[in-house]
Write a protein of this length. Structure first.
Length: 202
């Protein structure tokens, strides 16, 4: 292999929580002849594809289907992610279910069935209600899961919620968005993320 061609390849580094999925995809590609079993390196583009497919196998829960939340969630569904949804106004769930999302009965059930839980609601009180309230996310979450709050709320409330989430050995990212309804529909919102970088990278 020439020096020039080596620059187009990279050793495979499998992230622990996605290794089973990536190994399965690799096996399928080997069977099809896309990758030789003896090879220890694969093209970077293939590795990127494998990691992208692995991330799409994560179960996502989405809470809050308002003017911003609904189009954000719809874009995830269109992107072939597995998405469960909950909203206080049940009629807003129907369009997402028609597109392929799964409707669940409470934020608690969303947390029980999702690895990543996204909240996008109106204000601080609403976030506290869906996360810390009765039948809230906190009652269904367990170790290793991630809550991403995309609402614009009080920093003190964010810290309070994060402490409760962390007490369950789960993680939280504060990720308010900017760009309005048009940005949400087009999938071009600006997202300002605060939290542990290792959680974000996962």
């Amino acid at each position: 292999m020439t020096k020039e061609s080596k620059q187009k390849f990279n050793k495979v580094r499998i992230v622990p929580d996605t290794s089973i999925i990536i190994n399965q995809i690799l096996s399928e590609k080997i069977e099809k002849g896309d990758i030789k079993n003896s090879e220890i390196i694969i093209p970077i583009a293939v590795l990127d594809e494998l990691q992208s497919q692995a991330s799409k196998n994560k179960e996502i829960g989405f809470i809050g289907l308002g003017l911003i939340g609904a189009p954000m969630c719809l874009n995830l569904v269109k992107g072939k992610y597995s998405v469960s949804v909950w909203n206080r106004t049940k009629s807003k769930v129907e369009k997402l279910v028609d597109a392929g999302a799964i409707s669940l009965s409470s934020p608690k059930e969303i947390a029980e069935n999702s690895e990543v839980i996204i909240t996008c609601v109106s204000d601080s009180k609403d976030v506290k209600d869906v996360v810390l309230g009765s039948d809230g996310v906190i009652e269904g979450i367990d170790e290793g899961k991630i809550v991403i709050d995309m609402s614009t709320i009080s920093p003190s409330v964010t810290r309070e919620i994060a402490e409760q989430i962390n007490s369950k050995k789960a993680n939280m990212l504060d990720a308010p968005v900017s760009g309005g309804v048009n940005g949400a529909e087009a999938g071009v919102l600006s997202i300002m993320v605060g939290g542990d970088k290792s959680v974000l990278d996962s």
